[in-house]
Design a protein around this ligand. Structure first.
Ligand SMILES: O=C(O)CCC(=O)C(=O)O
Length: 286
């Protein structure tokens, strides 16, 4: 597997779906012209982020205008496109999901990830959010074989659950975890970078987070700070302008992964003989 250029499109998202789609399309082409082989869009890129918006913006995958635009953009730009997420309505049940689709440079759909962990939180004096008011949780992990290698997908709050990245890295050998996300002005400064670096260093994998720009127009204020973190836990690229739209570029290099794993070989030093079973913690504490 060789190194590849990744672009994180910190997109401005507003109320007008068509404008959101057109803007995303333009930015995918721009990123490709700048040499990106993989382009990532943010969570909820066709709709403002808010439980009450989701039903109005939701689309069925089979007939989705948003999915068709993503396929066309991937094909036109000749890139692997990790298409952020949009509210999806299940054809059969009518349930809504927060869904990421992944596209090949030929415009074929390679994967679909429905956000597994819904963002239901209540931070006193900070933020209360109830994604489950309108959305249902996905029930499957997603790893996708792309032209540049195997990539694990999570959406935003999914990053708080280390099991996802751990299983993707250790059982499925992903080169990177990619999280379209839209943290906010309370939990963004608290945990965004910490979680990105934690998932990276725990698993010695590349970790990419892609946020919308911090527009204030549609209610929810995203944190911005789209970033790429290397397998050593170092932030190697980060958006500098959070208000405005910006594309963050970086290189995902498997040689860096190998070097980090060789220098600090935790991947081969795990003691599964100790972690589980009745004797995992001895009676006398030793
Ligand atoms: O985990 C957080 O703090 C933010 C999560 C979030 O905004 C989301 O899941 O959309």
């Amino acid at each position: 597997m060789s190194a590849f250029r990744i672009a994180l499109v910190q997109l401005k998202v507003g109320l007008d779906k068509e404008r959101n789609l057109a803007r995303a399309h333009r930015r995918v082409l721009e990123a490709a012209r700048a040499g990106a082989q993989v382009v990532v869009l943010p969570e909820c890129f066709n709709s403002p982020y808010g439980a009450h918006h989701f039903p109005q913006y939701a689309e069925q995958l089979a007939t989705s205008r948003t999915a068709a635009r993503l396929a066309a953009a991937a094909r036109e730009a000749n890139v692997t496109l990790i298409g952020g997420s949009f509210p999806e309505r299940d054809d059969a049940t009518g349930q809504l999901f927060n869904t990421c689709t992944v596209w090949s440079p030929e415009g074929e759909r390679l994967g679909v990830h429905r956000k597994i962990h819904l963002f239901d939180i209540d931070v006193p004096g900070g933020i209360r959010f109830q994604e489950s008011a309108t959305l249902s949780p996905g029930a499957r992990m997603t790893v996708v074989d792309t032209a540049v290698g195997r990539i694990g997908i999570g959406i935003c709050y999914d990053i708080r659950f280390p099991e996802l990245a751990m299983i993707a890295a250790r059982e499925h050998h992903v080169v990177a975890m990619v999280y379209p996300g839209a943290f906010n002005m309370t939990t963004g400064p608290m945990h965004w970078e910490l979680l990105a670096r934690a998932r990276a260093v725990d698993n010695q994998i590349w970790t990419a987070l892609c946020s919308p720009a911090r527009g204030q127009g549609a209610g929810y204020i995203a944190w911005g700070h789209s970033m790429l973190v290397d397998p050593n836990g170092d932030v190697v690229a980060e958006a500098q302008d959070h208000q405005g739209e910006q594309i963050v570029y970086g290189t995902v290099d498997p040689a860096r992964t190998a070097a980090v794993r060789q220098a600090i070989p935790v991947t081969t030093q795990r003691r599964f003989d100790v972690y589980t079973g009745p004797k995992a913690v001895a009676d006398n504490g030793v």
